[in-house]
Write a protein that binds this ligand. Structure first.
Ligand code: NI
Ligand code: MN
Length: 227
């Protein structure tokens, strides 16, 4: 699996011949000013919830790439009202087969409203299972026992967890979350984009390493391979 970070909670993961893009928020992210929207490729775009910093660029990228957009029922309804046609709606606990493997939409402890205030359904995260590996993209969430359910049943190669605090869990709770998920490899997200979610990266690395975990913080635009 090849993973590229586009800032905030936006990653692409290439699995087999499919590119999965998560929570595109490039325009409006001052840290991602060097990323060109037109360079971003996607076959599928996954939206964890309706907040602006997760749906920000979905319409433009979907139109550029002809990707299928996957999210909860209410987020998809709203995106369809804005003209998107290649869509797939899910809801909590549902699993669906795609070209690259399966997606299960899981509970997140957060809120969800669209940028114009429309109700945005329940926020979630995406459990991705494929022949190349398995991972969990947690979206925006606080620490919740629900994460234990995933760790009980699936062996994850890595997990994308928010670590910026204030709106989501911070570093200390992300370490506990990774215990719940039974996963040692954590890719941090949802930090540093705004002053209120700025973290001390050295402290974060230190805390994860003391807990016996590997924290990866990617530079914006950086690509890594896992497996
Ligand atoms: Ni949010
Ligand atoms: Mn957010």
């Amino acid at each position: 699996m090849q993973i590229t970070y586009f800032g905030h909670s936006c990653f692409s993961v290439e699995i087999d011949k499919s590119i999965l893009l998560f929570d595109p928020f490039i325009t409006g992210n001052p840290l991602a000013k060097d990323i060109n929207l037109n360079d971003i490729k996607a076959d599928f775009i996954f939206i964890s919830h309706g907040h602006q910093d997760h749906v920000g660029d979905v319409i433009e990228i979907a139109n550029n790439t002809n990707a299928t957009v996957v999210s909860n029922f209410e987020v998809i309804n709203w995106l369809e009202s804005k003209g998107l046609k290649k869509t797939h709606s899910m809801n909590i606990g549902g699993k669906c087969h795609f070209d690259f493997g399966t997606i299960k939409f899981m509970n997140a402890a957060h809120s969800s409203s669209m940028p114009d205030g429309t109700y945005g359904g329940n926020p979630g995260g995406f459990l991705v299972e494929s022949a190349e590996g398995k991972f969990y993209f947690a979206g925006d969430t606080g620490l919740t026992y629900d994460l234990k359910l995933i760790g009980e049943f699936v062996h994850l190669d890595f997990v994308c967890l928010p670590i910026g605090n204030n709106f989501t869990m911070g570093v200390d709770n992300a370490i506990i979350a990774s215990d719940f998920l039974k996963c040692e490899n954590i890719i941090g997200m949802h930090y540093d984009t705004f002053p209120i979610i700025t973290i001390d990266k050295e402290v974060a690395f230190d805390k994860f390493s003391r807990a016996g975990k590997n924290l990866t913080l990617l530079n914006i635009g950086q690509t890594i391979n896992i497996n």
